[in-house]
Ligand binder design. Structure first.
Ligand SMILES: *Cc1c(COP(=O)(O)O)cnc(C)c1O
Length: 367
């Protein structure tokens, strides 16, 4: 029998019976979407779990970010990171805003606060950093700059679900945070997402924007979209959230196994352990340094030859995409460029067994 490929991630699912039990109610009330009972129940659970004051659920993380930027009525330039997924920048551009790329810190791969101020112009309205791999950005320094210049701060927290920093939910930092509940994320609703925010005044606009901007039966106030989370997705979220603590503790064991196997390998740089951060162990990125003796693509290839599918995440940089490279230049963000050429995320999910982790690490050590 051929060995199955080890993929970089594997979606969490509850027992099928548990999910069936959860959706039975839907056959009784025939209410499948538009903020039904499951939607409202999950929303309450998430506010508690994430330790945030306000939250609106959406059909996915990307729409959550788009809706947030629209609800905030931003205009002008947004300083953001090119070391991210397409969604972050697309949400800015699709709102008629201009992305301005700031370089990242070499150690934690998040926006470098020391490079923000040089990018601020009279048109700058917001800063949109990314908690890459669940690494918390330098939230204090970023907030200080934002306050000094009167800018909003919106975090792409797609990787940071459930984390706490200095005892507070990570979604409480900045004005707004977006979470993704995509199938590949630590917590999933199949597809889904949410936006958390400080200003209670955003609640109504966000609720209306995700439902076409409908204010009431006879009035449509804003040019909204359709970004509602349906009942089947919400039910999946309710089930998955019940088991999340256990899933994360299993991820932690995988993380610790990788750490013990790889921490002595010369030229393989591991993700930093951050003080005051309770991690969700979402990803296991390694950075292949010159000292290792061969480059990232060779490591990727060797793993692939052994049916282990690692991911060059994030490569290429957003400012190298065909749709952006005419206006932007990755030479302006040299550290992000360098990391994108060296980084590899290794398989990481709750059910990854220790023998497989050993096998993955043995391939790397054998190169
Ligand atoms: C997954 C992800 C998104 C988009 O979330 P979806 O739920 O897939 O729309 C945005 N930003 C980052 C960094 C992500 O990893």
């Amino acid at each position: 029998m051929a060995l199955d490929k080890i993929l970089v991630t594997r979606s969490s699912l509850p027992e099928m019976e548990e999910y069936v039990e959860e959706i039975k109610e839907l056959w009784e009330n025939h209410w499948l979407t538009n903020m039904g009972v499951k939607h409202n129940q999950l929303k309450d659970m998430l506010i508690k779990y994430l330790r945030v004051s306000h939250l609106e659920m959406m059909s996915n993380g990307h729409m959550a970010l788009e809706m947030a930027l629209q609800a905030m009525k931003l205009d002008g330039e947004v300083i953001t990171s090119p070391f991210t997924f397409a969604s972050t920048t697309h949400a800015i551009v699709r709102n008629g805003l201009k992305p301005v790329f700031c370089d990242i810190e070499r150690d934690r791969y998040t926006m470098d606060p020391e490079k923000i101020e040089a990018l601020i112009t009279e048109k700058t309205c917001a800063i949109l950093p990314v908690h890459v791999y669940g690494n918390v950005c330098d939230v204090e320094a970023i907030q200080k700059i934002a306050d000094k210049h009167g800018l909003k701060v919106i975090y792409d927290a797609a990787h940071a679900f459930g984390e706490t920093y200095k005892g507070k939910g990570i979604g409480t930092y900045g004005d707004v945070s977006m979470f993704s509940f995509h199938a590949t994320k630590v917590f999933n609703t199949i597809e889904g997402g949410a936006v958390c925010f400080k200003d209670a005044g955003l609640e109504r606009p966000l609720y209306e924007l995700k439902n076409f901007g409908i204010h009431n039966a006879e009035e449509v106030r804003a040019i909204g979209a359709n970004a509602k989370m349906n009942e089947f997705c919400a039910a999946m979220g309710i089930c998955n959230l019940r088991h999340l603590a256990e899933e994360i503790s299993k991820r932690k064991m995988v993380y610790e196994k990788y750490m013990s196997e790889l921490s002595t390998v010369k030229g393989i740089k591991l993700n930093p352990v951050q003080e005051d951060l309770v991690s969700n162990y979402a990803y296991f990125p390694i950075v292949v340094e010159d000292e290792f003796g061969c480059d990232r693509d060779v490591v990727w290839q060797k793993l692939a030859e052994n049916d282990i599918i690692a991911r060059k995440y994030f490569y290429p940089l957003v400012n190298e995409y065909e749709c952006y490279r005419k206006m932007h230049n990755s030479a302006d963000t040299p550290i992000a460029k360098d990391i994108s050429m060296r980084v590899l995320t290794l398989p990481m999910y709750a059910d990854l067994d220790m023998h497989t982790v050993e096998r993955i690490c043995a391939v790397i050590k054998g190169i």
